[in-house]
Design a protein around this ligand. Structure first.
Ligand SMILES: [Zn+2]
Length: 88
């Protein structure tokens, strides 16, 4: 079985259910838009992981005005898709 987050741990909407890692920083840092238009708003950590995992995903244009958007992109560039499946 995959590890399950501790009970009562609230995480941002961008965190995958199978991803046991906690949020980092503000819970609504940026919004990731999936290829099908679905939007996922979350912390820098989880949006970067989502961005690396969803093919064709991008950040919401409003992220251009945010100083941490670059960090999300840089983190995503260094992550494999679905990093939590290999324990990262
Ligand atoms: Zn998060």
């Amino acid at each position: 079985m995959d590890p399950v987050p501790a009970k009562g741990t609230r995480r941002c909407a961008a965190a995958d259910e199978a991803d046991p890692t906690p949020c980092e920083g503000r819970p609504a840092a940026v919004t990731v838009i999936a290829r099908d238009g679905t939007q996922h708003t979350g912390c820098v950590h989880h949006t970067a992981r989502l961005l690396a995992s969803l093919e064709g995903a991008r950040l919401h244009p409003s992220a251009a005005a945010l100083p941490w958007a670059c960090e999300v992109y840089c983190r995503a560039a260094q992550l494999p898709p679905f990093a939590w499946q290999i324990g990262r």
